[in-house]
Ligand binder design. Structure first.
Ligand SMILES: *[C@@H]1O[C@H](CO)[C@@H](O)[C@H](O)[C@H]1NC(C)=O
Ligand SMILES: *[C@@H]1O[C@H](CO)[C@@H](O)[C@H](O)[C@H]1NC(C)=O
Ligand SMILES: *[C@@H]1O[C@H](CO)[C@@H](O)[C@H](O)[C@H]1NC(C)=O
Ligand SMILES: *[C@@H]1O[C@H](CO)[C@@H](O)[C@H](O)[C@H]1NC(C)=O
Length: 406
């Protein structure tokens, strides 16, 4: 008897911390996390099959179109640019996903180009990569482009492996994180070469995911998807929210954190035709709208979309295209095994319905519950002129093009 009760007493002692932990988690779940879980796991969300939508889609697969995390449409010159890598590289070295295996880097990251109106006999739209005049490797993610005079200027996020500034010796990125910078390049059109202009390195560029250049062609807004570059609690941002927005100047190279409030893994960033910045927050499913002035960044609007969000783009009419992640578990599985799995994908469109910019309408443009045609989509662009959608994915071996049916 004595032994039994002693051991059961012992047993309860051992269980006590777990009981307390369970109780705290239950309370935390009720108070903070229920909405986050509901959003991330999509409780009650209906995902529609692609047949419900008036688009004909096809996939284009090519090694140069692997892992295109971001794409940008130059609708005047009818070219689509993508920041692409190899999938082995993306699944090993991806600071946004806390993947820090330096030796997995393929060192083949590049900007791919498609001539969107010239499919050609092979159906590859004249696919090629830009030459890059730069001493070093690029590890790409988000980018933005703006015409400055007669040149196209590119701002590229570059996740460098960290080195000791004094000795040049490699540092362990699991401890210190990536040394993420923004590289500015000019595209010299006749030779199709990106010529390096300068590097912006700053403490305020913490964990950059994407960026958007302001109308003046000097300022740019960066989304930091985490609060820290490294560390074991870094990914708690997925459950608890966090991350920040940083504003930099290309001329002085100075950057500062301009927003931390209301951030929940800020991911995509674009500048609308209205001059405002739009930021998608992956884990709250919200888009925040901001105005920047010398006095700082002001949040003027929040638009809840109630689905985990990925990157943004703007079409010619000023509508914001939003890549959504309707099935996040499928997304994570596809990110892990990109050659064999494709996740359900969706695209939403945000239209400003009044001239004062206070009302936004949200339209579901396409969804692919069964992953039949779309990639595991992280970004979508819309060519309003030819009624086409281009969809790409940082964890996808192909790109998709959808044509609207009349
Ligand atoms: C890092 O990447 C290399 C090259 O792909 C691979 O051989 C190695 O197993 C990876 N290491 C870890 C810890 O995953
Ligand atoms: C797009 O979303 C993915 C997944 O959330 C993220 O890792 C990536 O950095 C984003 N890309 C850009 C260009 O914003
Ligand atoms: C990061 O890159 C910048 C620009 O090359 C360099 O000046 C700095 O020393 C690097 N820092 C680390 C920790 O790698
Ligand atoms: C955060 O969001 C709330 C609710 O939308 C808003 O009232 C508040 O002004 C925002 N805070 C900042 C600093 O933008």
């Amino acid at each position: 008897m004595a032994r039994v009760s002693a051991s059961s007493y012992h047993g309860s002692i051992r269980l006590l911390p777990w009981a307390i932990a369970a109780l705290i988690s239950a309370i935390a779940y009720r108070i903070y996390l229920h909405d986050t879980f509901a959003l991330i796991f999509g409780f009650g969300r209906v995902i529609q099959p692609i047949e419900d939508f008036p688009w004909d889609c096809k996939r284009i697969q090519h090694p140069l179109l692997e892992g295109c995390e971001d794409i940008w449409l130059d609708y005047n010159n009818r070219k689509l640019y993508g920041a692409c890598t190899s999938l082995n590289s993306r699944t090993g070295w991806n600071p946004s996903g806390s993947l820090f295996n330096v030796s997995a880097r393929s060192r083949t990251d590049h900007i791919s180009v498609l001539n969107i109106d010239e499919p050609g006999v092979d159906g590859l739209y004249g696919l090629h990569q830009l030459k890059i005049d730069y001493a070093g490797d690029l590890d790409l993610q988000g980018f933005d482009v703006k015409r400055i005079g007669d040149r196209q200027r590119f701002w590229l996020i570059n996740h460098r492996p960290p080195v000791d500034p004094a000795t040049g010796e490699p540092l362990d990125p699991r401890k210190v994180g990536a040394n993420s910078t923004v590289e500015i390049f000019d595209l010299d059109t006749p030779s199709s070469t990106l010529v390096h202009v300068k590097t912006i390195a700053s403490e305020a560029i913490i964990s950059p995911n994407n960026l958007a250049v302001a109308d003046d062609g000097i300022g740019f807004l960066v989304t930091n998807d985490h609060d820290a570059k490294a560390g074991m609690f870094r990914d708690l941002v997925i459950l608890l929210g966090g991350g920040s927005l940083t504003y930099c100047r290309s001329d002085t190279g100075k950057c500062e954190v301009v927003a931390r409030k209301n951030c929940s893994l800020p991911n995509g960033a674009v500048r609308g035709l209205d001059g405002r910045f739009y930021v998608s927050h992956s884990t709250s499913g919200v888009i925040t709208v901001h105005e920047y002035s010398e006095d700082g960044l002001v949040e003027v609007k929040t638009i809840p979309l109630n689905v985990p969000l990925d990157n943004l783009s703007v079409n010619k009419d000023g509508n914001i295209m939003v890549a959504a992640i309707p099935h996040s578990v499928g997304f994570m599985q596809a990110a892990d095994d990109p050659y064999n799995r494709v996740a359900a994908a969706g695209v939403l469109m945000l239209t400003n319905t009044d001239s004062l910019g206070n009302n936004y309408e949200v339209i579901k443009v396409i969804e692919d519950r069964d992953a039949k045609y779309l990639p595991t989509t992280t970004v979508a662009v819309h060519d309003a002129q030819t009624h086409r959608l281009f969809l790409a994915g940082g964890f996808s071996p192909f790109l998709s093009i959808c044509q609207k049916r009349n």
